[in-house]
Design a protein around this ligand. Structure first.
Ligand code: TRP
Length: 345
């Protein structure tokens, strides 16, 4: 059999996983991990979290929630290298080495940094860099180290991250040009067919809009959240458009094609919003109940999560330790006592 291809992705640990994360990222990643031809590396990007969040308790809690979510949903840590970024010190080591070959101008062009500057300018701020940390500025280099460390070929990400993968290619290519072919250059994998859900207010469900529905909130709060979803004011009996409806969008992301077709007919017949909300709640609740129970159990006693992550870190380091040694040597950080003829390339 040919060597499995390395697929790698990171999850920033700053919030509580919501329905949109599940449908857009978690579910497809877990499905992909069952595919025989791939070696998946999935990790908790807790150092990336520090860029956006300086509340220690929130970072800790989110790391636990994200790990528990993925495991409760059936991620098999025997088939996937599942780890915390901060458990792999070679990643931060590589970050520095990559920093030294990265053009500052490349970082100036990063969307996240440019957006921060544009905000400052729009608000009449005299310092365009106000509130910009070096962490935010260097974000793409840490991300490049995440990817290049394991020679990932494919990196599944949302559209907003594509530029970062291109930067990882640039940085890896620059290193290879100077020091020899050490890094595989990664490609972004952007899935067009994964659904994006709308949130409570009808905009895209996203932490930054504060309109999310947590994936594993208890049944009672789940019901409450669904009741809060904004709809138009068409009365019962009046035909309704499913395709512009947040409720239908969420339903469709979980239901089978037959169930979805049947629901379309209910919309044409003028289903009442109250009934649709109740149906959606029941459907989601049934669908999520078993995983939610496993999630709650793990949140109560997280020792198995810690174990899974520690095992994952050990597996990841069986790649990163020898690889980092090779990278260090390639740049000239090597023993000066051995005469060194052997390691000259
Ligand atoms: N920046 C990514 C995000 O916000 C998370 C991330 C960190 C990542 N390191 C990565 C994704 C490496 C892919 C590969 O979504």
């Amino acid at each position: 059999m040919s060597k499995p291809s390395v697929v790698l992705t990171g999850i920033t640990t700053t919030g509580t996983p919501h329905l949109g994360n599940y449908v857009g990222a978690i579910r497809p990643a877990i499905e992909a991990s069952r595919n025989q031809g791939v070696l998946p590396f999935y990790f908790l990007a807790d150092y990336h979290a520090l860029i956006k969040c300086q509340e220690p308790e929130r970072v800790r809690r989110s790391t636990l929630e994200v790990a528990a979510t993925w495991l409760a949903l059936g991620l098999d840590s025997d088939q996937v290298v599942f780890y915390r970024q901060s458990d792999i010190p070679e990643i931060t080591e590589l970050t520095w080495i990559l920093t030294c070959v990265t053009a500052k101008g490349l970082m100036n062009r990063a969307h996240a940094y440019k957006a921060a500057i544009a905000d400052n300018e729009a608000s009449g701020e005299s310092d365009p860099d106000k509130g910009v940390t070096m962490g935010l500025f260097n974000y793409p280099i840490l991300m490049a180290a995440d990817i290049l460390m394991f020679n990932a070929e494919k990196v599944p990400v949302g559209k907003d991250q594509v530029q970062h993968i291109e930067m990882a290619r640039d940085i890896g290519g620059r290193f290879n040009h100077i020091y020899g072919e050490h890094f595989v250059l990664p490609e972004a994998l952007v899935s067009e067919e994964t659904a994006t859900l709308c949130g409570l207010d009808g905009r895209k469900m996203s932490k930054s809009y504060d309109n999310t529905i947590p994936l594993f909130e208890p049944a009672k709060s789940l019901r409450k959240s669904i009741m809060k979803i904004k709809t138009n004011s068409l009365p019962p009996g009046e035909p309704k458009d499913p395709d512009s409806c947040t409720l239908f969008g969420i339903y469709r992301a979980f239901a089978t094609p037959d169930e979805t077709a049947a629901m379309r007919r209910r919309y044409a017949e003028g289903i009442a919003w109250g009934e649709m909300k109740q149906l959606l709640f029941e459907y989601l609740n049934d669908h999520l109940a078993a995983a939610r129970e496993r999630y709650e159990e793990m949140m109560q006693s997280p020792a198995p999560i810690e174990r899974a992550l520690t095992d994952g870190a050990e597996k990841a380091r069986s790649y990163s330790i020898p690889f980092m040694k090779r990278i260090r040597e390639s740049v000239g950080i090597r023993s000066i006592a051995t005469g060194n003829v052997r390691s000259a390339r």
